[in-house]
Design a protein around this ligand. Structure first.
Ligand SMILES: [Zn+2]
Length: 969
């Protein structure tokens, strides 16, 4: 609709009232701050939400919500996630599926525990009991849930807000205990040693978030030589090829070949059980000038030669892989250990390229130890004192006197190559400000090995979108070690076990699980801290309560959220298990997708989902992560309500936020920023104005009274319906495939190219100038009414507020009180007529070509409105010629006139070239196009140039057509 050609009130005030102008309460501006909450209130009043889908005839559709953490303000990641889910739910609901969406929150865990602790002073912390901490943490989490929920509601998200699932609810906790219990009874849960950050000063395990790394820490680092006692045949052969003959295994080998290692924690040497190498690195046998061959990484030979003050002449070079199987003697203890293949954590950045490995005192060490079946030796007690297992060093403290004593012993044994103090980042206890250590402690594990094959088979049966997700999770599950599910924390679900006070025996059986599960179902998990063993033990053991001690560990929060299929999807009415869909960020292959899969497979042998869809992360417009320090954080609430400076950050409303979600290819990371928002607001306005134009022209239309049967509509109208049918098919398919960016493109193209710039542009004359009840006007209104109802439906999953606003502004009565009650738009077969496509495409192309020539004239100021022009078209292509014939033969004389479609006052097809031209296009393969000034005078009412103006005394400035219209009004 170009403004120049719109006959508006300024044309001739006296004839203004004779035009049929727009009339609608549907505003040009969204006024979203006010209007969106009004529409949400209307939904609440009328019960328009997912509840109404529960009486739908279709099958149940369950999108199971992954719980966001109940901490902090909502950000664009939340928006992307929850709006995507809402688009899908609303679409499924409109399709007639029974949709229930139970929103969830992850409420336990360290971050909330820390929030509570940080809000207290030293004195309060000291007086804090576990139970008090739990009450405070629960209150904090519930408060956070409340805040986030209000935000989600404002975004227009529909969910069972009155019955969310929180991982701190007693029924949830009970279900989780059941998952744990079932896994335990199936033999998938065991107790074992694992190194954790340990603070000897506070005698407790610490989480990463409780560590600090103060400047200026130095460690007494040592370079040590371990004498080889056994060399594998393959290594011997490879060395022989390079001219190095090793002595036979045993004493003479010990003095000849030695393995050089480096460590910053000499106190861990008593726990050494292996030396690890990187199989892909080159290692060299270097002559130290004193009759020894030291094995070091080839890349480090020069550096080490200088540092150790030894010549280190290279005698041979072998890959790390060949060193595996070499055995060495512990220099301080009577023990032989192997050289093993570690991993890529072994580099040549520092040390020797060979890593001293103590599985009880390091995470890499532990993992490497698992791979090679090494025991987890931890000769250090809670206070950091070496135990009897450390042999002669028992009784020494690892943070005090153990290091000097061990270094001295190395020196005495002739194993010390060098000692130097080494400055590096080292973790300290955030409370005591004292150094921490890695120490193996008893932990609870889920044995993934026990059901790995089942898990891989379950992965195979799931549809992963995008397909690359399958490979990601498959690789992770294939390689992952056992899952450590215990935490030494208070704010969580207890690991429901008892330990025998003298024997250490563990009590964990069907009886004990059932008893604790029932207690928690009734009282919540606090009961574990509220009651003592005499009540927590199952009846069979209550008589011997004094002999048992309840455990103090809680479960990993991933076990909490990973149990949600059991606590929610398989338990609540109206949900299905496995769920139809899980939809989260692509990092959840490592997180929730995996923890949910593992628990579900371990308990039921199946995945908890049929389809898993992932999305990327929200970045700024330059593709950078959002951060406070970069100042590039986009706040979803600011998008909706506007910022402090509303000129710079205008209030766009929730629909623009939702439109953004639909516009992005979320399979990768997605950008958002001020420029993108401006573009989106522009698209939003185009859709809104198209809708407004449709509504505004229907103010006097009653489909029951005025509609023309589809079969009787003119060609242009039939084509518009056919085109709409195609677009709706494509939009339906896009929703079906979760490809909302295609919906966004289709919608834009439909509103701008098909409607605004073509159909509605041509329709202006029919709508404004005709008498209200003229058939050429009623037929157009018929199409507009059919379209607006379906347009509202098709945008409803994304632009839910605008769609409802349209519906509430329909100027005629409809049966449904909400666009969502109408359901997903369907198209009657009568709309479809593919034979219209080819000729109409020809004529639209011709219109485009004519418009370009007219535009050229306008650019030279030779023409204003296109109605000032006369056009001659001489068809060149056979297809255009046959389209013109088709139009002439079948077109409606009142509507399907090419002259009107081109918005010009005169049109000549064929004939002789014109003499006086404004412009022409004779290079177009479609047709020769000539443009001249229209003959006759301008009608003051319809702006057409006609030759019959002045022939009617009553209306001397009007054309004959307008005079006739006025008579009919
Ligand atoms: Zn006229």
């Amino acid at each position: 609709m170009t403004e120049q050609t719109r006959p508006d009130a300024d044309a001739r005030p006296s004839y203004k009232d004779t035009l049929n102008l727009l009339e609608t309460g549907f505003g040009m501006r969204a006024n979203a701050i006010q209007r969106e909450p009004e529409l949400q209130a209307l939904w609440r009043e009328r019960g328009i939400d997912l509840e109404m889908g529960l009486s739908n005839p279709g099958p149940v559709f369950t999108l199971h919500d992954g719980p966001p953490y109940a901490n902090g303000a909502l950000h664009m990641g939340h928006a992307l996630n929850k709006v995507l889910k809402d688009i899908i739910n609303k679409h499924r609901l409109m399709q007639g599926r029974q949709v229930r969406f139970v929103p969830g929150w992850d409420c336990h865990g360290l971050p909330i525990e820390l929030k509570v602790l940080q809000a207290m002073d030293q004195e309060q912390r000291r007086a804090l009991t576990p139970l008090k901490l739990r009450k405070k943490a629960a209150a904090y989490a519930r408060k956070q849930v409340e805040g986030q929920m209000a935000g989600f509601k404002r975004w227009g998200i529909w969910a069972d807000w009155d019955h969310p699932y929180l991982t701190l609810q007693k029924e949830y906790e009970a279900a989780q205990i059941e998952v744990f219990g079932t896994m335990a009874l199936k033999g998938h849960i065991y107790r074992g040693l694992k190194p954790v950050h340990w603070s000897p000063s506070s005698r407790t395990a610490l989480a990463e978030a409780e560590l600090e790394y103060p400047d200026g820490h130095t460690s007494p680092s040592v370079y040590v030589a371990f004498p080889a006692v056994e060399a594998p045949q393959q290594l011997r052969a490879a060395l022989q090829d390079q001219g190095v003959d090793l002595p036979a295994d045993g004493d003479s080998l010990q003095s000849t070949l030695q393995v050089a290692i480096w460590t910053t924690t000499p106190w861990t040497l008593p726990a050494n059980l292996a030396v690890s190498v990187n199989d892909r690195l080159d290692y060299c046998l270097a002559d130290d000038g004193r009759g020894r061959l030291l094995i070091v990484a080839a890349d480090l030979r020069d550096t080490l030669s200088e540092k150790l003050g030894l010549p280190l002449a290279a005698k041979a070079v072998v890959k790390g892989a060949l060193l595996a199987g070499l055995a060495y003697r512990h220099p301080l203890l009577d023990r032989h250990s192997p050289v093993v293949i570690g991993g890529d954590y072994i580099t040549t950045e520092s040390g020797t390229g060979l890593v001293h490995t103590a599985p009880g005192h390091g995470v890499d060490d532990f993992n490497t130890g698992r791979k090679h079946d090494l025991p987890v030796l931890c000769p250090v007690d809670e206070a950091g004192t070496l135990t009897e297992e450390a042999g002669p060093f028992a009784g020494l403290n690892v943070l005090k006197d153990a290091n000097p004593a061990i270094i001295e012993a190395l020196e005495a044994a002739g194993a010390l190559l060098l000692q130097e103090s080494y400055g590096h980042r080292y973790p300290y206890d955030w409370r005591t400000k004292k150094p921490t250590i890695f120490r193996a402690t008893e932990q609870w594990f889920a044995s993934v090995e026990g059901f790995r094959n089942e898990a891989l088979a379950a992965i195979d049966a799931v549809e992963w979108l995008p397909a690359s997700g399958r490979n990601r999770i498959e690789a992770m599950v294939a390689e992952r070690g056992d899952w450590c599910i215990s935490r030494q924390r208070t704010w969580g679900v207890p690991i429901p076990v008892f330990y025998h006070r003298s024997s250490g025996e563990v009590l964990l059986n069907a009886d004990s699980i059932a008893h604790i599960q029932a207690l928690i179902a009734e009282h919540g998990a606090d009961v574990w801290w509220e009651k003592d063993e005499s009540e927590l033990l199952p009846p069979s053991h209550q008589g011997e309560a004094a002999q048992w001690r309840k455990g103090t560990d809680t479960m990993d929060v991933w076990f909490d959220s990973g149990s949600s299929w059991a606590a929610v999807a398989s338990q609540r009415d109206g949900l299905s298990y496995p769920a139809d869909l899980y939809l989260e960020g692509s990092d959840q292959h490592r997180g929730w997708f995996q923890s949910s899969l593992l628990t579900s497979v371990a308990v039921n042998g199946q995945a908890p989902y049929r389809t898993v869809l992932t999305h990327g992360f929200a970045l700024d417009e330059k593709g950078r992560k959002m951060s406070k320090s970069l100042g590039n954080v986009v706040d979803p609430m600011v998008i909706i309500e506007g910022g402090k400076n509303q000129k710079q950050e205008p209030p766009y409303g929730a629909d623009v936020l939702r439109l953004w979600v639909s516009s992005v290819d979320y399979s990768a990371d997605v950008p958002i920023g001020a420029g993108i928002l401006r573009q989106l607001a522009d698209v939003y306005r185009k859709v809104r104005n198209t809708a407004r134009y449709l509504l505004g022209n229907l103010h006097d239309f009653d489909p029951g009274r005025d509609a023309i049967p589809v079969e009787a509509l003119p060609l242009l109208d039939r084509w518009m319906l056919q085109r709409t049918a195609v677009v709706l098919d494509e939009i339906s398919e896009a929703f079906e495939r979760y490809e909302f960016f295609r919906f966004f493109q289709l919608l834009q193209n439909y509103c701008v190219a098909d409607l605004s710039n073509f159909y509605l542009d041509i329709a202006k004359d029919r709508l404004y100038v005709s008498a209200p009840n003229d058939r050429r006007r009623r037929s157009c209104q018929t199409v507009m009414a059919l379209i607006i109802e379906r347009l509202a439906g098709a945008i409803a999953p994304v632009l839910c507020h605008m769609a409802e606003d349209i519906w509430q502004n329909l100027p005629y009565a409809v049966a449904e009180d909400s666009v969502f009650r109408r359901g997903w738009p369907v198209v009657p077969d009568t709309w479809r007529n593919e034979s219209l496509n080819a000729p109409m495409q020809q004529l639209r192309d011709l219109r485009g070509a004519v418009n370009r020539v007219l535009e050229e004239c306008r650019g030279r100021q030779e023409l204003g409105a296109s109605l000032e022009a006369a056009v001659r078209v001489d068809a060149r292509s056979a297809s255009l010629q046959s389209a013109l014939t088709w139009l002439a033969d079948h077109g409606d004389p009142e509507v399907d006139g090419l002259r009107d479609w081109l918005l010009v006052s005169q049109l000549q097809l064929g004939g002789e070239p014109w003499a006086e031209l404004l412009a022409s296009d004779d290079a177009n393969p479609l047709a020769v196009i000539e443009v001249a000034r229209a003959r006759g005078e301008k009608c003051e009412r319809c702006w057409h140039y006609e030759s019959d103006i002045g022939q009617h005394a009553d209306h001397p400035s009007l054309c004959g057509r307008c005079v006739a219209v006025l008579k009919r009004r």
